[in-house]
Design a protein around this ligand. Structure first.
Ligand SMILES: Nc1ncnc2c1ncn2[C@@H]1O[C@H](COP(=O)(O)OP(=O)(O)OP(=O)(O)O)[C@@H](O)[C@H]1O
Ligand SMILES: [Mg+2]
Length: 356
């Protein structure tokens, strides 16, 4: 049985549908990232799950009980959920220890239990030595860990995180991603993590739900989402990509200057008409000699029109010699080519994903 189920949940602000009949089911202990651009409805969805906002339509169920519907909403304090808000707040007038104890005191736990649980929690987030400090005396990452400790210490059924790392610099953000995942592996709390950062989502989540204009475009594990995006939006939002147009003709799919048998493309036999494929830059291969070191994929002659060295790889832009489309290609640092050079570009049909 699913832990948390959103059925056709909808929220309207005036004329605009901020959340457009969204369906999502989380298994017990699952970690899902809600990923999407600014304004797509992530916070609104999270606030409905927490009970701060009521839906205009649909239902939210937890453990088989309806928590939200258009007619009735169980208030946040009776949902056993913890939420960390987008502009996270730790109480500035309380020490680290008092911040973490706050939710337990509110629940009137015996003083001794509170002390034990707060102590254990501070050990987990490595803040025990700072227990008597005030938030103003902490770094951003430390304050973030206080907020996480405070949310987790009450052992919520569901943990809701709204861009919890957005106030941190790039280095700390990267470190905190691992911390959040580690906390999840330790406590197994069913979690929804809102972010617009794809690498944050890929690093933390079991599954990623990609949201666009109030709707879910695709829900999949990070690997499937990256290698088999179903729509142009998902392909573009999760990593960089090229779009290549093909046309189904009999047993073949015909592209500009090359063709591929249907069977060689994932899902190829079922395709019809004109189809767009997402082709990741690192799945394309450049080579000086056609016979040297190349596989068996289709290839076209291209000219390098631009290049950038990014340390870990080369980022080339190439244009078919007899064409105008521009393709992004990533190559290892040792594969150095000059602007203007004419090369072979090889496609790997197995890594081309048909997108709607
Ligand atoms: N209280 C409100 N009144 C009117 N419109 C609102 C309200 N809250 C949100 N909206 C609108 O609903 C849409 C979704 O907002 P939401 O805050 O859910 O987006 P988000 O995905 O969290 O964006 P961000 O990444 O910028 O935080 C936006 O167009 C926003 O302007
Ligand atoms: Mg938001």
């Amino acid at each position: 049985m699913s832990k948390l189920i959103l059925r056709s949940i909808a929220k309207r602000f005036g004329e605009a549908l901020a959340v457009d009949h969204l369906d999502l089911a989380l298994a017990e202990g699952e970690f899902i990232a809600l990923l999407g651009p600014s304004g797509c409805g992530k916070t609104t969805t999270l606030r409905m799950i927490a009970g701060f906002t009521g839906p205009d339509g649909g239902t939210i169920e937890m453990d088989g009980c309806v928590l939200s519907s258009a007619s009735a909403v169980v208030p946040p304090e009776r949902r056993h959920m913890s939420m960390i808000f987008q502009s996270y707040a730790v109480w500035p007038n309380m020490t680290v220890e008092e911040n973490v104890a706050f939710g337990l005191n509110l629940r009137r736990l015996p003083r001794e239990d509170v002390r034990t649980r707060v102590g254990e929690m501070l050990d987990v987030v490595r803040l025990a030595h700072l227990a008597q400090r005030y938030p103003a005396e902490l770094s951003g990452g430390q304050q973030q860990r206080v907020a996480l400790a405070r949310a987790i210490v009450i052992r919520p059924s569901v943990l809701l995180l709204d861009e919890p790392l957005s106030n941190l610099d790039a280095y700390l953000r990267e470190e905190m991603r691992f911390e959040i995942r580690k906390l999840h592996d330790e406590f197994h709390i069913t979690t929804i993590y809102v972010t617009h950062d794809q690498s944050e989502a890929m690093m933390t989540a079991d599954r990623i739900a990609v949201m666009n204009q109030g709707r879910l475009e695709q829900v999949d594990d990070p690997h499937t989402l990256y290698t088999r995006p179903k729509t142009r939006f998902v392909a573009r939002f999760v990593g960089r990509t090229n779009f290549v147009e093909g046309s189904c003709q009999g047993d073949e799919i015909v592209f500009d200057r090359f063709s591929v048998p249907r069977w060689a493309l994932p899902g190829g036999p079922a395709l019809t008409g004109e189809v767009t494929f997402s082709v990741r830059p690192h799945t394309l291969r450049l080579s000086r000699e056609a016979l040297h070191g190349m596989g068996s994929g289709p290839r076209v002659a291209v000219r390098i029109v631009q290049r950038a060295y990014l340390g870990e790889y080369w980022d080339y832009s190439a244009t078919p010699v007899e064409g105008s489309t521009r393709l992004h290609v990533n190559a290892p640092p040792s594969d150095r080519y000059e602007v203007g050079e004419v090369l072979w570009l090889e496609f790997d049909p197995a890594q081309m994903a048909a997108v709607a």
